[in-house]
Design a protein around this ligand. Sequence first.
Ligand code: FES
Length: 403
Amino acid sequence: MSVTIRGPLRDALAFVAPFRERSRRFREAPGEAKPRGHVAELAEALHPAGLALRIVSVRDESPTTSTYRLAPSDGSARLPPFRAGQYLSVFVEAGGARASRPYSISSTPDESAGGGYYELTVKDAPGGFCAPIIRETWEPGSTVRCSGPSGVFYREPLRDGDSLVCLAGGCGVTPFRSIVGDALARGKARVALIHGAAEPAELLFSDYFGELAKRYPDRFSYLPVVERDGPAGAWTGERGYITAALIERAATWADDAAFFVSGPDAMRRFALGELAGLDRPPRRVRLEAAPARFSPEDWPGYPPEAASRTFTLEARIGPETVSIPAAAEEPLLVAMERAGLRPPSLCRAGECGWCRSRLVEGRCYSPPGPGARAADERYGFVHPCKAFPLSNCSIDVPEDPDR
Ligand code: FES
């Protein structure tokens, strides 16, 4: 290819003709939208905003946890593809309020291909809103509404390489059923999984991981660890927490590994501390996004006088503007859902940007960590899923696309 330089003025003038042509096309463009082309249809099939899925079967994993197998409700063989580790956001309604919760897909991408299915594993937690409804009302044959697969907690071989150490706490192991199965099935990845749980009955998928350890003895090691023995008192394995010593023992080859961490807040904090002690660079650590919990004692700069107060939130969604109470200890998203509004949401962790709203008036606190964006604050935007009110607030919320 050759480039001819004609001089600064003549080169600059060469841009005038394309700009004129662009302006002409804008002027003469028809008013109607173009008919949808096959590219738009393909994009929608691959990345749908919403899905209607039929429950094919339910499998109990433990007294408090069930796995739901989901297939397309229209009988078609096509499910949108996903990356192992991604989630579906599930919509649940009760008493006039609608809420969503992200649940990791616990089946592998291969299991969803060609007439396959997704599986979601749901644990009932005390004080939860969605999980009890799901466990009580979801049964084979019923239809549920979910988002398309979303999320960035997946292995990217170019970035993460072929050595993977997965640290899971409690039911935070659900994305690893997919990630580990997928990484072992395709290629040469070497994987270690350490799963910490309160007691042996909560070691979800232990049979599955045990089978994988037998099938791939050179490439997969599985190390379950429990805090205390169960009622049967028969546990002979590891006890305690996911310590640096345990990590080094499970993955002696892990010098250049990528670390994936998923579990409750306390477990994540502990595991990250242990990894820091092992001198693992933060860029090699991937954290599963988790909803922000009200914990002002850990939040730098949080004004203690705001805690325990209830403010007024004026929320404008489309043509509707409503004033509702907003407790200091709940994100604005929850306040809106409690009031029966339908704000958009996917990850509920400040990560996806789906709920991004304009803060017209008032002050909010957005905890540091994944999903905190300085630019949003500077330009007057908040993520209601991760914004706790510090005063009366007024926000402009985007409308939820119909799901
Ligand atoms: S729901 Fe994802 S950023 Fe708020």
